[in-house]
Design a protein around this ligand. Structure first.
Ligand code: MG
Length: 370
């Protein structure tokens, strides 16, 4: 019996993880703990159905459920008490790093959907995971695809990951400059949280993913190629020295990588996910650099720990400003680059430094003069 804790159960990853568990319909995964942020009504329904022993939320509703803990410490407490074998890390944003680091002391496998854990945690996180012998299984669809492609083979020359191109992929450069919030939130393929949808349109998301792939698979950024795949059917792959290319292809459905992270090395999910082979378009497109400056910036800073933190934090702040109609869409890029100019270039950060740089970056991002 595998004991599973799901952190962020009411979010996009969490809700799909619960659907996967229903589909698996296997008696060998038991949900022992669940946490949510503020969506307590949905959370109560989930708890009723999955009956975890321990629950936590960021609300102040201590008394509404049995064994319910609140606040950041509450989330840590349920990890401690439930002693899970696996943790599904579905909390979004850089706050996720704190819980991921904490989780390393308690679980054998971290199913990682929180890319900030890698981007902001950098070497500190990767080294801690190795030291504590915790398996990191990526849930992000592109990284899951590369993870699977690399199994049982020599190291390829290059890896690649794809982007849908986001909501603005058919906009001209001029149109992107004037994109409205509702245009940006209208993602062509994936239905996800607001920040990641905006990050898809700016390709900050792809930038974070290049950095994530660099750490997870140990490739420099120039060996990680990025292309647009309009139907999001090709998620990623590898290119070998003999010219062989392996593509990972599948329906764009997050339940597939979520299930794989839980059942690896098995594949147990049984949904009608097959796409007829003659319907698969293998056409990958080049990414126009001019439209997506944030991707170029991410490549330039990949491997520089303090810059990675600043890149992510500045984006989190800029996205909030954009959601509140305080800035234009394209100014997200400017806030990121101006924040980076003010941050010292530092490697090998420790725990305290990581969070110091993080709050420094947020402050700077909010003070950028546009
Ligand atoms: Mg992704």
């Amino acid at each position: 019996m595998i004991k599973l804790a799901i952190l962020g159960s009411t979010g996009s990853i969490g809700t799909q993880c619960l659907k996967v568990l229903e589909n698996l319909n296997k008696k060998n995964i038991e949900v022992v703990a669940m946490s949510c942020g503020h969506n307590f009504e949905l959370f109560k329904k989930q708890v009723k159905k999955f009956k975890p022993k321990f629950t936590a939320s960021l609300t102040n509703k201590e008394n509404e459920l049995n064994n319910h803990f609140t606040g950041e410490d509450g989330i840590k407490k349920i990890i401690e008490l439930s002693k899970p074998d696996y943790i599904m890390m579905g909390i979004s944003g850089s706050i996720g790093l704190k819980y991921s680091l904490f989780a390393l002391d308690y679980c054998k496998r971290l199913c990682l959907a929180n890319k900030e854990t890698i981007v902001c945690g950098g070497d500190y996180f990767i080294k801690s995971a190795k030291l504590k012998k915790v398996e990191i299984i990526p849930v992000d669809s592109e990284h899951s695809s590369i993870f699977q492609t690399l199994l049982g083979d020599v190291k390829p020359k290059e890896i690649f990951l794809t982007a849908s191109g986001g909501a603005l992929r058919d906009y001209s450069y001029e149109e992107i400059l004037n994109a409205k919030l509702e245009d940006v939130l209208n993602h062509p393929v994936w239905n996800m949280g607001k920040r990641i949808t905006i990050d898809s349109a700016s390709m900050v998301n792809k930038g974070l993913e290049v950095i994530e792939a660099s750490y997870l698979f140990d490739f420099p950024e120039n060996k990680i190629k990025t292309y647009i795949c309009r139907n999001s059917m090709i998620h990623g792959g590898a290119i070998y020295s003999d010219g062989t290319m392996k593509f990972h292809i599948g329906k764009p459905d997050m339940k597939i990588p979520i299930a794989y992270s839980l059942t690896y090395p098995d594949r147990i999910l049984s949904e009608n996910n097959k796409v007829p082979l003659d319907k698969i378009d293998l056409n990958l497109l080049k990414i126009e650099k001019e439209k997506y400056p944030a991707l170029t910036i991410a490549r330039e800073i990949c491997g520089i720990h303090s810059y990675q933190i600043a890149y992510n934090s500045a984006d989190e702040e800029a996205v909030k400003m954009f959601l509140n109609n305080k800035i234009k869409f394209f100014q997200i890029n400017i806030i990121i680059s101006k924040t980076l100019e003010m941050i010292p270039k530092l490697y090998d950060l420790n725990y305290e430094d990581i969070f110091k740089i993080e709050s420094m970056s947020r402050k700077i991002a909010n003070e950028v003069k546009l």
